[in-house]
Write a protein that binds this ligand. Structure first.
Ligand SMILES: [Zn+2]
Length: 184
């Protein structure tokens, strides 16, 4: 189960911010400001990613998607996301679900749903954050070749390479409804 304790979450968040200092931001990359991604007690502030790189290690960590006691399944994430997103989300799981000391299959099932929820929400946010870049490129293509930019771009590519360019595969945008046969 997941505990819906907004006050507890707020207290944890404000406590972690106090531990790294108000408005703290990593002095190495100048980008990371999530308190749980900053190493407590470091002055100047430093994030886990920059610390790993400085020590010659890759800046990734394996996330136990469903909790270590429930499954061995792991996904490798950037270390700052693992610390500031997934570890924090799992703080909302009840200890009995996360630790599942008796191997209760129903608690394990609940942990799987919570883990799936945490990961899908994070991946969706990551995709949505990428949309402005796609929009920027689409607007540039429209500005150069007009609203129907694909044929213009294909012609430009053909002209630049001197080779024929493969056309975009045509996808039939029709839907098919399968009706049950008589007698079903
Ligand atoms: Zn950093």
């Amino acid at each position: 189960m997941r505990e819906h304790e907004p006050i507890g979450a707020w207290l944890r968040s404000s406590r972690s911010q106090r531990r790294v200092g108000p408005g703290a931001i990593c002095a190495s990359c100048g980008k990371e400001s999530r308190p749980y991604a900053l190493i407590f007690g470091r002055d100047p502030p430093c994030c886990y990613r920059c610390d790993r790189i400085a020590q010659g290690h890759l800046p990734y960590e394996d996330n136990h998607v469903f909790g270590k006691r429930n499954s061995d399944l792991m996904i490798r994430y950037p270390i700052n996301d693992h610390r500031a997103v997934f570890n924090v989300k799992q703080l909302d799981w009840t200890p009995e679900t996360l630790e599942n000391v008796n191997g209760d299959p129903l608690l394990e099932a609940m942990a799987r749903f919570h883990g799936l929820d945490d990961n899908v929400v994070h991946m969706l946010a990551d995709c949505i954050a990428f949309v402005p870049k796609i929009k920027h490129v689409q607007e540039l293509l429209v500005a150069i070749y007009g609203p129907d930019w694909l044929p213009g771009l294909e012609a430009a590519a053909k002209h630049a390479s001197g080779k024929p360019v493969a056309k975009e595969p045509r996808v039939r945008r029709t839907s098919r409804v399968v009706l049950p046969a008589k007698g079903d």
